[in-house]
Structure formats: structure tokens, C-alpha cells
Design a binder for this molecule. Structure first.
Ligand SMILES: [Zn+2]
Length: 139
């Protein structure tokens, strides 16, 4: 099963921090058990790509966040998912710039489809030199 929406993110996801990767696979398992579609729409990005998307957080380019589509999920599932995983990973979640609280999952629709932004704490930031790592160009 391919859980990635596009090749670029499939090739880059290995640069994510191991903690956010294990959360990703935990979420995949949760969805599979309930027959809910699971699709990663974004993983590691470059600063240029973040600028283009007007991203305010560095979490994608520092390897501690991914986005997953929740298109077609019903409200009950969305709430259940957020409760389960926010509680489970509260201790390593990113601190929200808006609330000052640990926030693993941000639910938003920024014009690129309804999705969850999943993020861990900035202390897990990695310096990822995508340009020097000969990564495949954006599609
Ligand atoms: Zn995101």
C-alpha cells in the first residue's frame, strides 16, 4: 500500500525524525484497523517550498512534521483521532505558538485540502540539507 500522495514526499520522508516517523506509522495502523483512508500529503520541505506555501512554522523543513489528508473523514472520526493521539504523544508534541500548549495535531484547510498537520517539539529539529543531498526535484 502506498501511503504517499506524491513521489517527492515518498523519497523525502526518511529524513524525518524517528519519533515523528513512529507516530506516522502508529496513525497508519490506527486507520488501517478501522478501514479509514490514510494518505501523507507532505513530509520534508525546503525553505523555498515553505515560502511558496506561506508556511509560518519551520517544522516541515526541520524534519519534525508531516501532513495527512482527512478528506472524507466524518467529524466523529476526526475528533476521536485527535483525542487519541494528542493524549498519547502530548509529552513530545510541538508547543503551539497561538496557545502555548502542547499540540500534536493541527486541523486545517489552507487551500490545499482538508488535512492534519502533525508536529513534534522543536527540540527534535534536524538540520536537513536537502539541496546537498541530491534529492529529487519538486514535481
Ligand atoms: Zn504541515
Amino acid at each position: 500500500m502506498n501511503i504517499f500522495k506524491n513521489k517527492k514526499d515518498h523519497k523525502r520522508f526518511m529524513y524525518l525524525h524517528p519519533l515523528i516517523l513512529s507516530i506516522m506509522f502508529d496513525m497508519q495502523y490506527w486507520c488501517e484497523e478501522r478501514n479509514i483512508p490514510f494518505k501523507i500529503t507532505s513530509s520534508v520541505s525546503t525553505e523555498k517550498e515553505d515560502e511558496k506555501l506561506k508556511r509560518v512554522s519551520s517544522s516541515h523543513r526541520t524534519g519534525r512534521a508531516f501532513d495527512m489528508s482527512v478528506l472524507g473523514w466524518d467529524k466523529k472520526r476526526i475528533n476521536e483521532f485527535r483525542t487519541v493521539f494528542n493524549n498519547k504523544y502530548n509529552h513530545i508534541a510541538a508547543i503551539s505558538g497561538f496557545t502555548g500548549q502542547p499540540t500534536l495535531i493541527v486541523h486545517h484547510n489552507s487551500g490545499h485540502g482538508d488535512h492534519f498537520h502533525v508536529q513534534i517539539h522543536s527540540k527534535y529539529s534536524k538540520e536537513i540539507k536537502l539541496a546537498q543531498q541530491n534529492l529529487p526535484p519538486k514535481e
